[in-house]
Ligand binder design. Structure first.
Ligand code: UTP
Length: 279
């Protein structure tokens, strides 16, 4: 059973400067909720209630968000504003939160490795909270992946098709089809030029990883941009054993970019806020 979900949240968020100068990107609100809260809701929906967060300097707001604010509780007790806190109170009650700091920002692979003491020797999920994934019609993306893990017992990356002129923003996978929505990964490349991309299947910010990934990351040299890339470690894991690519059901918004963030805001406003499902 997977119980742990890791949120690497130590990045600089340079695409959202100056908003992210003193505030974590993961605390950017989509309408009334910070990105990380959507991510933790998705984890809990998938049955993962042990939340591990990799933070860095200037990220204290993340810890405060998943803690009780006694002054605030006192202030709004028995007023109609209490309803605003129902969702976050549920997460605080039902999840445990643990934190570690990535001292040097050496990439996503390195951030995942720095959480090893929080994860231990068990499979775990990884959520990049700036990828907001929503599937109001059915299982959340992480819940879909946990079901697949229970069937296949190996690492899984969530993928979606992207147009060729956007492929260089992503890790890209190629592989043998197992089902119409699952491939056994044979090749992975980080941020290829369109002409070098093996397919148009891009990896988005949802992963299930088996714990042998830690040893592999330790052996992984810095790759693209001088960072330790999870893509390179996963490629190695795919060669040694098995990694699956899963074409998820639902929508994904790239909230690390202004366009995706605005799109997500409009979507959530119409579908959750105006319909009273936002808290
Ligand atoms: P991004 O590639 O989106 O980088 O990282 P970023 O720094 O957050 O944002 P930009 O590109 O500069 O605007 C993907 C995820 O990996 C985490 C980030 O916090 C984000 O969730 N990350 C990245 C780390 O935790 N540590 C790192 O060293 C790098």
């Amino acid at each position: 059973m997977i119980k742990k979900c890791l949120f690497p949240a130590a990045g600089y968020g340079t695409r959202f400067l100056p908003a992210t100068k003193a505030m974590p990107k993961e605390m950017l609100p989509v309408v009334n909720k910070p990105l990380i809260q959507y991510g933790v809701e998705e984890a809990l929906d998938a049955g993962l209630n042990q939340i591990a967060i990799v933070t860095g300097r200037g990220k204290r707001a993340l810890e405060d968000h998943f803690d009780i604010s006694y002054e605030l509780e006192h202030q709004i007790r028995n007023t109609d504003k209490e309803r605003y806190l129902v969702g976050i109170r549920r997460l605080i009650d039902e999840c445990s939160f643990s934190y570690t700091r990535q001292v040097e920002m050496k990439g996503l692979g390195h951030a995942i490795l720095s959480a090893r003491p929080l994860i231990g020797d068990e499979p775990f999920a990884v959520v990049l909270a700036d990828d907001l994934c929503l599937n109001p019609e059915g299982d959340s993306v992480l819940a879909q992946m946990v079901k697949l893990y229970n069937q296949f017992r190996c690492s899984i990356v969530a993928t979606m098709e992207v147009p060729s002129d956007e492929i260089s923003k992503y890790g890209v996978v190629a592989g043998e089809p197992i089902r119409d929505d699952i491939w056994r990964v044979s090749h992975m490349v980080e941020k290829p030029k369109p002409e070098d991309a093996p397919t148009n299947m891009a990896v988005i910010g949802r992963y299930i990883l088996t714990p042998d990934i830690f040893e592999i990351i330790e052996q992984t040299s810095p790759g693209k941009s001088g960072e330790i890339q999870i893509t390179d470690a996963l490629m190695q894991q795919a060669q040694q054993g098995c990694v699956l690519a899963y074409k998820f059901k639902g929508r994904r918004f790239d909230c690390g970019s202004a366009e995706g963030y605005i799109e997500a805001t409009n979507y959530c406003y119409e579908n959750f806020y105006l319909t009273g499902k936002a808290f």
